[in-house]
Design a protein around this ligand. Structure first.
Ligand code: NAG
Ligand code: NAG
Ligand code: NAG
Ligand code: NAG
Ligand code: NAG
Ligand code: NAG
Ligand code: NAG
Length: 336
């Protein structure tokens, strides 16, 4: 089974996942504590991911076409293409692509960076993600590049992980310089995600043609699917039950926030726990690197690369230190 895309977890795909175990190597962690460069390096992967998706969406080309050699010679992404965007969204995504050039440069200047990992943006991969999220195969297959709303749905699914990733890593950074950089990057990433979610919210009741599903339906099913695959349980759609809305006074959820998140830092375990307390403070969710890898690898397991990052380069932080962040999941516990 060569295709990495068929590996998102779901009852129907468990047999494919089993086959995937044969073609992916489980990585061992070397066991040293992650430092600031490791954490920011992990986020650099996500900055490349978002940046390339924006760059292909508006220019039909990679970030090197904006800033020569930004990728440091990393392989060109697979399957990206220019999206059929309306003029307003096209301008916004173009700005995001330029912003991503700056973010990649900033992390590279601070940490040395590394060449862009191989990224897979093929339509088939997005289509599988959406099929698994909605629970049945959409016909024709979901195409993220076909129109504005499809592209926004896909962009939200990707850039949300950047927001929650920064929330997690920022709580673990040690130096002032890294803290300043992490906070600035979180600000921008959260802003990009909020703009995309607001654009989706504006279209919430619109049907995603030709499917019998609204934008709000698909976004919340992707969120629920992400929670299932990451085993994190934190992401929400753009319209929610009132008990999940800010201060219990709204069903809109343009910004996906959560009940308070106690963050324990200062020891090697560095856990972020999501406690559903009565104390609703509208704080942004956190996702650990492991949780993010489970969904972006498309395997449900942080030790098995695939999906959007089909090669091992993504595993910089993971190789060095991830075993300290979370107890590795054994294969036998993988089914959801
Ligand atoms: C990219 O994803 C597509 C769709 O899942 C898959 O067919 C293809 O093999 C993937 N490419 C790589 C290099 O993993
Ligand atoms: C951080 O750890 C990495 C290995 O994961 C190492 O290559 C790098 O030199 C370390 N950086 C600092 C500033 O200690
Ligand atoms: C591109 O970046 C790589 C890695 O930093 C470097 O080795 C190479 O010389 C650069 N190429 C150009 C044309 O600048
Ligand atoms: C969506 O439809 C619901 C119920 O019909 C309505 O209350 C809400 O205002 C609509 N939202 C948007 C963003 O159009
Ligand atoms: C579309 O979905 C609605 C609500 O889920 C359902 O009532 C309706 O029968 C569906 N229509 C078609 C053509 O599938
Ligand atoms: C981390 O968690 C493990 C498992 O719960 C525990 O055995 C270990 O003592 C903890 N390490 C620290 C430094 O608290
Ligand atoms: C909102 O409702 C939930 C569930 O009923 C409750 O636990 C929570 O305390 C309420 N939040 C506020 C701010 O009233």
């Amino acid at each position: 089974m060569a295709t990495t895309s068929a590996s998102y977890f779901s009852a129907a795909f468990v047999f494919l996942v089993a086959l995937n175990f044969l073609s992916f190597q489980v990585m061992a962690a070397s066991g040293h504590a992650p430092n600031d460069s490791d954490y920011l390096g992990f986020m650099l992967n996500l900055e490349y991911l978002d940046g390339e998706f924006y760059s292909y969406g508006v220019f039909g080309n990679d970030l090197d076409s904006i800033s020569p050699n930004l990728s440091q010679g990393g392989p060109r992404p697979i399957g990206g293409q220019k999206a059929n965007l309306d003029p307003l969204v096209s301008e916004i995504i173009k700005e995001f692509a330029y912003e991503q050039v700056g973010h990649i440069r900033a992390i590279t200047q601070a940490t040395g960076g590394f060449p862009r990992p191989l990224i897979n943006f093929s339509r088939a991969l997005f289509s599988l993600l959406v099929d698994l999220a909605v629970g049945y195969p959409l016909l024709p297959p979901f195409d993220p590049y076909a129109n504005t709303v499809n592209y926004l749905i896909a962009a939200q699914a990707l850039n949300y992980d950047g927001v929650v990733g920064y929330v997690y890593i920022n709580a673990n950074l040690n130096t002032d310089a890294a803290n300043r950089l992490g906070a600035s990057l979180l600000g921008m990433k959260a802003g990009q995600n909020a703009v995309v979610r607001a654009l989706l919210y504006e279209r919430a009741n619109q049907t995603v043609a030709p499917y019998n599903l609204t934008v709000a339906d698909i976004v919340s099913r992707i969120a629920e699917f992400g929670n299932k695959v990451t085993r994190g349980g934190l992401e929400e759609g753009i319209i929610v039950p009132i008990t999940l809305g800010a201060e219990n006074r709204t069903v809109t959820n343009v910004l996906s926030a959560i009940l308070s998140i106690p963050i324990t830092v200062g020891d090697e375990n560095r856990t972020v726990t999501n406690v559903l307390s009565a104390d609703v403070n509208s704080l942004v969710h956190a996702r650990t690197p492991c949780e993010i890898l489970r969904i972006l690898y498309g395997t449900g397991y942080e030790g098995l690369y695939g999906g959007f990052f089909p090669k091992e380069q993504m595993a910089k932080l993971q190789r060095s230190a991830l075993s300290l962040l979370e107890i590795p999941i054994s294969k036998s516990t993988l089914s959801l």
